[in-house]
Design a protein around this ligand. Structure first.
Ligand code: HEC
Length: 133
């Protein structure tokens, strides 16, 4: 039987864990885009990216090889500044956000209630990560 002291410690730890889940998002696993953004991004990817890329290039191990562990801002800048390769800089901010949402969705990073809005300070603070297998 746990002593009263043990129970108090367990209760305290549970409380800490609960408060952790309410903290600001830290990685791309923390619901940083909406399902609707991902849907729009999927359509946009087909129109603007598919002629050169399959989305599989940006998922799973291929994703890990380049993007895992780096700030979301790096992926954002890569897309916004260099893609499409023959028209760099042509994408609007909301377009880049939805394309990122599509890539997150394809990597099984969960969607949430927060719209990815392209805020650079926010994206610098978010580490790219996908579910561990
Ligand atoms: C005209 C062909 C072309 C189009 C269209 C294009 N890309 Fe690319 N993309 C490339 C090539 C080639 C590379 C790799 C060479 C390089 O480093 O520039 C690349 C590299 C990338 C990379 C970095 C490498 C990686 O695997 O993560 C990302 C991210 C990317 N593209 C996303 C996009 C997105 C999103 C779109 C649609 C808006 C897009 N690209 C449209 C040709 C294209």
């Amino acid at each position: 039987m746990p002593s009263g002291m043990t129970r108090a410690v367990v209760a305290f730890i549970l409380m800490l864990l609960a408060s952790c889940t309410e903290q600001a998002p830290e990685t791309s696993m923390d619901g940083i885009y909406t399902a609707q953004q991902a849907q729009r991004g999927a359509a946009l990817f087909e129109t603007l990216c598919q002629r050169c890329h399959s989305v599989q290039e940006f998922t799973g191990r291929s994703f890990d090889a380049i993007w895992a562990g780096v700030p979301a801002a790096a992926l954002y800048a890569r897309i916004a500044n260099t893609m499409p390769l023959d028209q760099p800089g042509s994408l609007s901010l909301p377009q880049v956000n939805t394309l990122m949402a599509h890539i997150f969705d394809e990597n099984e990073m969960p969607a949430g209630d927060t719209i990815l809005d392209g805020d650079m300070d926010f994206m610098m603070s978010i580490t790219l990560a996908r579910p561990s297998q």
